[in-house]
Design a protein around this ligand. Structure first.
Ligand code: SF4
Length: 347
């Protein structure tokens, strides 16, 4: 399996919605990134890290004042642009056409719920309808889309219907993403929309089954392997993420430009392969994400311990690890052990 060549570029954190579960919910003074900085970052990804795909994310990229210029620039330097969006602004068909002309290849739309559930999750009435119109505009203009679904207590019972909706609308890929209590969230002992993994699992399995029947690529992120037994090939924890072509190269993701010089030395003087470097930078340098996870006795005695993140610290403090069901048998060290069997759209 190959390491993803997709980079991610954050254009700032301003947004036209107020999702209750947003990673940046507590962030004050949200600003846009200056266009010059955004273009320099894109150039670094293309020229130094060798990326050839790019996800533009935020905040909400479709309302970024310089989005057209940025998309054109990325396309011009060989970074195929995708936009991660709530899709609300795409209800304006002129915007869809303008961005298509600029060079947007596809969209990754956040379909966190249906009808009122969606409106409540994003904090504003009538927004599901606008998103729906936005998706129809993509279909009308022959633009592909993939879907992200953040799983919470409030949409867990809709997962099957969301899967059916995505099939009906022609989504190429559906990603189910377990809410991660990162940033300020990690300090909160109780989060009202956070649900136990074991209570989500039955709905998630049904949704995967339905998508599998239609041969829609389905990825599950940040969910313990042992609570989706039989569905492991769909699961991407941090150890697997960089093998998902729809996910991000750790080098762009962590945006630690102090690593550029060591990266260049490793890559072009010591000739270390990019694949090894991506993992090296995750395992040995970018420890931020790993520091948010914890493995107690159950995980330490599980044969998947070396390829699974365990549980988030905030989660384990709230719910304990009693629901986990460790694997017995030989220790597995190959991070691609399950995912190499997955049906994948190779884009
Ligand atoms: S390491 Fe822990 S969370 Fe992961 S599969 Fe094993 S028991 Fe479950």
């Amino acid at each position: 399996m190959k390491i993803t060549r997709r980079a991610v570029l954050y254009i700032g954190y301003k947004c036209n919605l107020n999702c209750s579960f947003c990673y940046y919910h507590f962030m004050k003074n949200k600003k846009w990134k200056p266009i010059l900085i955004a273009k320099i970052e894109a150039l670094i990804y293309r020229v130094i890290f060798g990326n050839n795909r790019l996800d533009l994310t935020g905040g909400e990229p479709t309302i970024y004042p310089n989005i057209v210029s940025l998309v054109k620039f990325c396309k011009c330097i060989g970074l195929r642009p995708s936009i991660i969006t709530n899709g609300i602004a795409l209800a304006d068909n002129n915007k869809v056409i303008e961005l298509k002309k600029a060079g947007v290849y596809d969209y990754l739309i956040s379909v966190h719920g249906l009808n009122n559930v969606y409106d409540e999750m994003v904090g504003s009435k009538g927004k599901f309808e606008l998103q729906n119109i936005g998706i129809q505009n993509l279909l009308k203009n022959d633009i592909p889309f993939r879907a992200n679904v953040t799983i919470t207590k409030f949409n867990k019972t809709q997962l099957v219907d969301i899967a059916k909706y995505c099939i009906d609308k022609g989504a190429q890929v559906v990603n189910f993403i377990c809410f991660n209590p990162f940033y300020e969230w990690e300090k909160l002992s109780k989060i009202d929309f956070q649900e136990r993994h074991s209570k989500i699992a039955p709905y998630l399995k049904q949704a995967i089954d339905i998508l599998n029947e239609k041969q829609i690529e389905t990825n599950i992120r940040y969910f313990p392997f042992c609570l989706l037994k039989g569905y492991e090939k769909h699961q991407y924890n941090f150890y697997q993420l960089s093998y998902d072509s729809h996910e991000w190269d750790f080098m762009s993701w962590h945006r630690n430009y102090k690593l550029v010089i060591p990266y260049l030395i490793n890559r072009f003087v010591l000739y270390r392969p990019k694949e090894k470097l991506s993992h090296y930078y995750y395992e040995d340098v970018n420890i931020d994400a790993k520091m948010l996870y914890l493995k107690k006795d159950k995980c330490n005695n599980c044969s998947l311990s070396n390829i699974c993140d365990g549980l988030k610290i905030q989660y384990i403090n709230r719910f304990t690890d009693e629901e986990l069901d460790p694997y017995s048998g030989n220790i597995i060290n190959d991070t691609t052990y399950y995912i190499k069997e997955q049906f994948k759209i190779c884009d």
